[in-house]
Every structure is written in C-alpha cells, then in structure tokens.
Design a protein around this ligand. Structure first.
Ligand code: CP
Length: 302
C-alpha cells in the first residue's frame, strides 16, 4: 500500500483492507510509538469534523509525526479564490501525505490526480468515507469475531450517508445480508445497491426500524443529514422518524451491537449509551488505531 491513495473503499483490495485491520490490532496494543520521525501529514478539512480530523491528528501525534493543516477555509487562500488544484499542488510540497475532507463529490479523486503525494479521502460530500469504513470493519470484527455471514441493518439516511455507501460496498466481500431501513426519499442509491446485486447477496428494504431489531447482528444507525437537503421542509418531515430507545432492545440477539459513525443528533436516545449493545464510542476510539495502521502503511513505515 506504500504510496497508494485511498479515495474509494474499493481502491484497496479485500486483502489490503484486512492487512490494515490486522496492523490496527498491533496499534491498539501499542498506540504510542516514535516511528514517524520527520514525516509531515496534512489535514485539509473544507467541511466540519470532530472524529475524523482529530483521530487522524491523534494517530500522527502518538506516532511521533508532525501535522499541518486547516479545519476552516476562512483562514486560508481558498477564501481568496484559490482553486483546489493549486491548494493541493502547494500542500503536496509541504507534506508527505494529504488527508482531505471536502463537500464536493469527486473532489478527493480529483485531488489524487493532481497531487504529488498520496491522498486519503476523509469524506467527499455524500459519496464515500473509506477510512470510516475501515474502522467500522475493525469494530464489527472486534465485536462479532468475524466479518462473514452477518446480518447488518443500516438505519436512517441511506441516500446521503457516505459512511453507509462505503461500508455497504466493503461488506459485499463477506456474504452479508443487508437490511436497509429508511424513509422512501432516503433509500440507498441504485449505484450502491448494484454492488450488492453484483455479488448475488440479499438485501431487504424497510421503512420501520422495529422490523429489523430482532434479526440483526450489527445495527448501524445514522444521522439524517440536514446539511445535504436542498428542501428543508423535506428534512423536517423525516428528521425524527428513527429514534432508538433502550426499551426497544429487550429482544435483540445476544451478540447484537449498535454502531453509529457519529455525530448523532437524536437518533440514538442517550438512555442507550449504557446498554451492553452500545459500541459507538469504542468505534470512534478504534479510528485512531485504524488510522495509525493506514498512515504507516501508506508511508511505508513498519
Ligand atoms: N464519523 C465522522 O466522520 O465524524 P466527523 O464528522 O466528526 O469527522
């Protein structure tokens, strides 16, 4: 994986993804190591983030590397009209690896085509969020002891949810049965469903979350993403459709775990947080180990 950008989850083969997860196990046991030396990693966030940016920066700091970047374009020359190409070419000169989040779908691929250093896509609009997928796979494997033959339910905004798109595509490698719960307006896009169909896997679509709770191994909750709606009235209509409460968990499978890429708004009631099924904050922590594995693999540091 040395020198290889990660833009879409399928840019890395199943074997390469597993190698990252296996290396992340090592970093979970040893998260503080002085191995990045003088390497400089850039984090360019054109869109808000808490977990992705800070877990990447924590990953670098704990490995003794250096981080430069921005989390708000208002203090950069983007504000003066600088193009993405010029920004990426410039930052390529200052760093060994660029991690970028940008609201425009396809912007990460474009950046990888002009950059002279590898690019990691930290989310491009409603398209993909492949590093979230790697930490999701890690967390699923951690909780289920396998990635194979699981029933995985996705609930909420399956249309705009980039974490959902990347994870569905990745799980197509593992004979997953997909349970897709969303309002009709926010169904999983056909282009993503095509990946499921191409592998001859099963998927079922629902509008009621209660229909899937008893049969899932992983319940992947997502936020209805207000910022992606062009029609705010449509957002208002769907924003409270799915709210998971602790009392809904009494008949779930023993191994069932609840994941959420976070941030949440109200789709998981806070009374769920101390339920044994709740695993979303551990999931966020796993992001540090998985991103340590990814960064060191791309930089070729063992
Ligand atoms: N999961 C995720 O992408 O969270 P942030 O938006 O806080 O980075």
């Amino acid at each position: 994986m040395k020198g290889k950008s990660l833009i879409s989850i399928n840019d890395y083969s199943k074997e390469e993804q597993i190698a990252i997860l296996d290396l992340a196990v090592h970093f979970e046991s040893n998260p503080v190591q002085n191995i990045l030396g003088s390497h400089v990693i850039s984090t360019l966030f054109f869109e808000p983030s808490t977990r992705t940016r800070l877990s990447f920066e924590s990953a670098v700091n704990r490995l003794g590397g250096n981080v430069i970047g921005f989390s708000d374009t208002s203090s950069t020359s983007v504000k003066k009209g600088e193009s993405l190409k010029d920004t990426i070419l410039t930052v390529s000169n200052y760093s060994d690896l660029i991690i970028m989040r940008n609201p425009v779908e396809g912007s990460a691929r474009f950046a990888s085509e002009v950059a002279t250093v590898p690019i990691i896509n930290a989310g491009d609009g409603a398209n993909q969020h492949p590093t979230q997928t790697l930490l999701d796979l890690y967390t699923i494997r951690q909780t289920q002891k396998t990635l194979d033959n699981l029933d995985v339910a996705f609930v909420g905004d399956l249309k705009y949810g980039r974490t959902v798109h990347s994870l569905v595509i990745a799980l197509c490698n593992y004979n997953t049965t997909f349970h897709l719960v969303s309002p009709v307006e926010l169904k999983l896009p056909s282009a993503v469903k095509m990946h499921i169909k191409n592998k001859n896997l099963k998927y079922h679509q629902y509008t009621d979350m209660n229909d899937v709770l008893k049969k899932t191994d992983i319940l992947y909750m997502t936020r209805i993403q207000k910022e992606r709606f062009s029609d705010q009235l449509e957002y208002e209509r769907v924003k409270n459709l799915y709210i998971l409460k602790k009392k809904m968990l009494h008949e779930v499978k023993d191994n069932m775990k609840i994941l959420h890429p976070l941030p949440r708004v109200n789709e998981i009631d806070i009374d769920v947080d101390d339920a044994p099924q709740a695993h979303y904050f551990q999931q966020a922590l796993n992001g540090v180990y998985v991103r340590q594995a990814l960064i060191t693999s791309i930089l070729g540091i063992k």
